[in-house]
Design a protein around this ligand. Structure first.
Ligand SMILES: C[S@@+](CC[C@H](N)C(=O)[O-])C[C@H]1O[C@@H](n2cnc3c(N)ncnc32)[C@H](O)[C@@H]1O
Length: 378
């Protein structure tokens, strides 16, 4: 994404929803985001009720007019937010897509349009909060942070291979698992766990389901998931670190589990097709991602409608202070941790609903392990 991200809002007429979203984002962003809107079948003028309700919140749309959706405008965007443009919605590789299901203000009175404006307002604020967060560290820092994360976990994998994996303290690594749950798994697979809870229990997996574990590490949650979904299901683990993938594949071979597969890749660009997964898991990994918005968008994309998210992660207290450029505290899931409200906003922006965040145990002063559940609407 460019330094100043470009967002394109697209609906059919460019007379209501997309104009309100563009007006609000431009108003709040104060130059931090480039904003455009367009319609797949633009009409002659903006809905007058829309102009009225936007005036009420200090956004002047009187000089705006509906514009056609062109190839050029779509290509220039980093993020394309569609709102009911149907088959005419633009699809270009490498863009981030969000689809906001909104009531169409066409033919409605001021009162109804005001409610639609408020719905759009909440989504726009969440989207902006995410951009501000994602651009908090400059690109150079982001690449350095990712390399620090990779190097740290490559080293952790090497130590686990050498038989000196993390300890089984309660609430950390192997200590998160009930011994009955991990019975029959290779001891080395259990010892190599560096998560902060047991997301497999949270996910309540059923026979035949397809599961994806983001940042699968030594593979414990993938192997447990594979056992739960049985021969008719499948469990994928995704990790960017070669050493972790090698360790996980060794544990899989030792366990004799055949309905699991470890994929190399980034959780910001998941190498699986749209709507191919029933459950996305993750155990103490999202806090490590530099672009969490993209991670949640990818999780949403690969989930089937009705699919669910079951994540263990770390969140920061609202008043925490940590340096986002400090790689050492980033790799320990601290500097990159979202606050609870940041987590909710990022999930809502990606399209998730029914979000529930349950606080579990303190991991250090100002940071708490949480269980996050959310759904993709049917
Ligand atoms: C704290 S460990 C957790 C591993 C595992 N979930 C567990 O519970 O043991 C974090 C893992 O996420 C991987 N990881 C970190 N950032 C990633 C990213 N952006 N994409 C894919 N994998 C990532 C690391 O390589 C590492 O294996």
């Amino acid at each position: 994404m460019s330094d100043v991200p470009e967002v394109l809002f697209v609906c059919v007429h460019n007379a209501g929803r997309s104009q309100m979203a563009a007006g609000l984002l431009d108003h709040y962003a104060q130059g931090r985001v480039h904003v455009r809107s367009a319609g797949s079948a633009p009409v002659d003028q903006i809905n007058p009720a829309v102009v009225t309700v936007m005036e009420e919140v200090g956004v002047d749309l009187t000089k705006e007019f509906p514009k056609p959706l062109t190839d050029e405008v779509a290509r220039a965007a980093d993020v394309i937010v569609t709102m009911g443009c149907g088959d005419a919605c633009p699809v270009y590789p490498g863009k981030r897509y969000l689809d906001w299901v909104l009531v169409d203000p066409a033919g409605r009175g001021v009162e109804d349009v005001r409610t639609i404006r408020d719905d759009i307002d909440q989504r726009v604020r969440a989207l902006l909060a995410e951009f501000v967060l994602a651009t908090a560290s400059p690109m150079a820092d982001r690449a350095a942070i990712e390399e620090a994360v990779r190097a740290h976990y490559a080293d952790a994998a090497r130590r686990a291979t050498g038989g000196c994996g993390d300890t089984a303290e309660a609430g950390i690594g192997a200590g998160c698992y009930d011994p009955a749950d991990v019975e029959g798994l290779p001891a080395a697979a259990v010892a190599s766990s560096i998560g902060c809870a047991n997301p497999v229990v949270v996910a309540e997996l059923a026979e035949g389901e397809v599961v994806l574990d983001l940042g699968s590490g030594g593979g414990i949650d993938v192997l447990l998931s594979a056992r739960r979904v049985g021969a008719s299901g499948r469990a994928y683990g995704l990790d960017m670190t070669d050493e972790m993938l090698a360790l996980a594949r060794t544990h899989q071979a030792e366990a004799g589990i055949t309905n699991a597969e470890f994929l190399k890749g980034h959780m910001e660009a998941v190498p699986l097709p749209n709507a191919s997964v029933d459950v996305v898991l993750s155990n103490c990994v999202i806090a490590l991602a530099v672009d969490k918005g993209r991670v949640f968008s990818e999780a949403f994309r690969v989930l089937r409608p009705g699919g669910r998210l079951a994540i263990a992660d770390v969140v920061a207290d609202d008043d925490h202070s940590s340096d986002p450029a400090d790689a050492a505290s980033w790799v320990a899931c601290v500097s990159g941790a979202l606050t609870e409200s940041g987590y909710r906003a990022a999930l809502a922006t990606a399209g998730f609903t029914e979000t529930a965040i349950e606080f579990s145990h303190a991991v250090m002063d100002g940071f708490t392990s949480v269980i996050v559940r959310a759904s993709k609407r049917r």
